[in-house]
Design a protein. Structure first.
Lengths: 115, 113
């Protein structure tokens, strides 16, 4: 079955450490996204990518980095510069941005806790 | 910047009741509006997508409508069941926001048996 796989599901990090969250999709989607979800704040866009080797900052990109070396993969690194990284992180993909019937598909999420 | 609002933030209804969830957005230049369901600690599941040229979409007991000119959408759930308990979010995608999706904060629905 096609879908999006995020790993790990739970991750604990000490202050000052970088961590990388994995996102892999087998939907052959061009666009991929990373969102952060905090209680009561909805989803906020961190980064998105429309094609391989290209990505754009979302509304809250500071303290995060991404790469898009393969169409299927869009890993997110939470760096030590992110001041409040404890959150639920969601990866998503869609066939084509700007298209009318552009269904957004999500992974199961990764919960990051900073100790 | 597109702003998406969902009211109410929480809703509790007895089983079998019909209910309506609301979503409003500030920029009417959109490509589409989607409704999602999220169970606690899980990812989002797409329920319905309405393209900007459409007025409504139906899937089973769910019906979503779109009034683009007024910046509003509603999700109607018929004959609610305890299994419908979840958080429902709406999101819009449009050309004036870099083709990004903007989400509301969601409505937490509890259906009481």
């Amino acid at each position: 079955d096609g879908g999006i796989t995020q790993s790990p599901k739970y991750l604990f990090r000490k202050e000052g450490q970088n961590v990388t969250l994995s996102c892999e999709q087998n939907l052959n989607h061009d666009a991929m996204y990373w969102y952060r979800q905090d209680p009561g704040q909805g989803l906020r866009l961190i980064y998105y990518s429309q094609i391989v080797n290209d990505f754009q900052k979302g509304d809250i990109a500071e303290g995060y980095s991404v790469s898009r070396e393969k169409k299927e993969s869009f890993p997110l690194t939470v760096t030590s510069a992110q001041k409040n990284p404890t959150a639920f992180y969601l990866c998503a993909s869609s066939a084509q941005q700007g298209a009318g019937a552009n269904v957004l598909t999500f992974g199961a999420g990764s919960r990051l806790t900073v100790l | 910047k597109q702003e998406v609002t969902q009211i109410p933030a929480a809703l509790s209804v007895p089983e079998g009741e019909n209910l309506v969830l609301n979503c409003s957005f500030t920029d009417s230049a959109i490509y589409n509006l989607q409704w999602f369901r999220q169970d606690p600690g899980k990812g989002l599941t797409s329920l319905l997508l309405i393209q900007s040229s459409q007025r409504e979409q139906t899937s089973g007991r769910l019906n979503a409508s779109l009034d683009k000119s007024s910046g509003r959408s509603t999700l109607y759930i018929a004959a609610s069941q305890p299994g419908d308990s979840a958080t429902y979010l709406c999101a819009v995608e449009g050309p004036n926001t870099g083709n990004q999706f903007y989400f509301g904060t969601g409505t937490s629905l509890t259906v009481i048996p």
